[in-house]
Design a protein around this ligand. Structure first.
Ligand SMILES: Cc1cc2nc3c(=O)[nH]c(=O)nc-3n(C[C@H](O)[C@H](O)[C@H](O)COP(=O)(O)OP(=O)(O)OC[C@H]3O[C@@H](n4cnc5c(N)ncnc54)[C@H](O)[C@@H]3O)c2cc1C
Length: 332
């Protein structure tokens, strides 16, 4: 016998968790994620004593709905302002206390995954649970899990990056309406090669510990100790989309040397193990023109995520709310 729920949400990133929270008061919801932790691209990792935010580095709150959520996080200690001004190319950002009127960049406290933990509180959110296919059985959705188990649901939210969502439907032989399929295939993402390097001394970055680069190799450098999440020196480096595409299959050591070199950090400054994270779907470069896509001619199926709401944490959140609204009162 399969487990049966009202709504199954695939993906416990910002969009999936927000959708599940919005639906939870009115129906039974299960969220599943293949990751070892919750949060998707809100990702924090430890190497020895060093702690790294290695996906999203900060978030902004431009609209009232997300601003209200962020305000609640700040008052409960889950998030705090990090800095005010967008870092200019090759210059350090301004610490928040020096620019009280700027656009605030927030960080999770102690780190970015804390946001996911806060959102998952009270939810049935299951980590290390990979969906291998979704199909329609007797008018309901059925998700097959890598464990061999299955979950049936009246409605399905696919909040994974769109190519991954399409692969799940293809594996279950689900035929999307032609217009939906071509709209979904237009959504595109840039990759990002991220290097996590513990250092044996200070990075040399100024407070608050971040620098944006506008070259074709390195896009971003952050000092996780100055940011306040790592007790020891530890930097996160993000390759540019161009660099990440070209060097995707290179050995880790080549990627580490190239990014450390452009950052002006000698590999001799590295203390211990470095790691390379490969974000194949880091940020959408082409987004859908609506905050979700409600599939036609199928049991309720909503596609959500930053590929719909916009290429930022706030965009993913807006898409999550829109996904819940589309299931409660479909308009598309
Ligand atoms: C390197 C990097 C830097 C970034 N920097 C910023 C920044 O500074 N500011 C900002 O606002 N945004 C930033 N972003 C973008 C931001 O992280 C995303 O917009 C947002 O987190 C996306 O949330 P989501 O819910 O749409 O997707 P995700 O967080 O990707 O969630 C989708 C989830 O689906 C799960 N999943 C996929 N397939 C399956 C399956 N078969 N079974 C089960 N689960 C599955 C995944 O494990 C994942 O957890 C950055 C992203 C990256 C990668």
């Amino acid at each position: 016998m399969s487990e049966v729920v009202d709504v199954l949400v695939v993906g416990a990133g910002m969009s999936g968790l927000i959708a599940a929270r919005a639906l939870m008061p009115t129906c039974s919801v299960v969220v599943v994620d293949k990751g070892r932790g919750l949060g998707g691209r809100l990702a924090t990792r430890r190497i020895g004593d060093a702690v790294f935010d290695h996906g999203a580095q900060f978030f902004t709150a431009d609209g009232p709905a997300f601003a209200a959520l962020v305000a609640s996080w700040v008052s409960s200690g889950v998030a705090e302002p990090w800095f005010d001004q967008l870092p200019e190319s090759n210059t350090a950002p301004t610490p928040v206390r020096d620019q009280p009127g700027g656009r605030v960049r927030y960080r999770g406290v102690p780190a970015m995954t804390t946001l996911a933990k806060a959102l998952a509180d009270g939810l049935d959110a299951r980590r290390a649970t990979t969906v291998t296919s979704v199909s329609v059985v007797d008018g309901q959705w059925q998700a097959r899990l890598a464990s061999g188990a299955a979950i049936r649901a009246g409605a399905l939210v696919l909040s994974s990056p769109v190519p991954q969502s399409l692969a799940l439907l293809d594996a279950g032989a689900v035929a999307l309406a032609k217009a939906d399929r071509s709209a979904l295939e237009r959504v595109a993402y840039d990759p990002c090669l991220a290097v996590l390097a513990p250092l044996d001394g200070p990075s040399g970055l100024a407070d608050p510990g971040a620098k944006r680069f506008d070259g074709t190799t390195l896009a971003w450098l952050a000092d996780n100790q100055l940011k306040g999440i790592s007790p020891v020196p530890a930097v996160t480096l993000h390759g540019s989309p161009e660099f990440s595409r070209v060097h995707w299959d290179e050995p880790d050591a080549v990627i580490v040397d190239a990014l450390l070199g452009v950052a002006g950090l000698a590999s001799a400054a590295v203390a211990g193990e470095t790691q390379v994270m490969r974000w194949r779907y880091a940020k959408p470069s082409v987004i859908h023109d609506r905050p979700v896509l409600l599939a036609a001619d199928l049991p309720p199926l909503v596609f959500a995520g930053d590929g719909f709401g916009g290429p930022r944490v706030e965009g993913a959140a807006l898409s999550g709310w829109a996904a819940a609204a589309a299931l409660v009162a479909p308009t598309d």
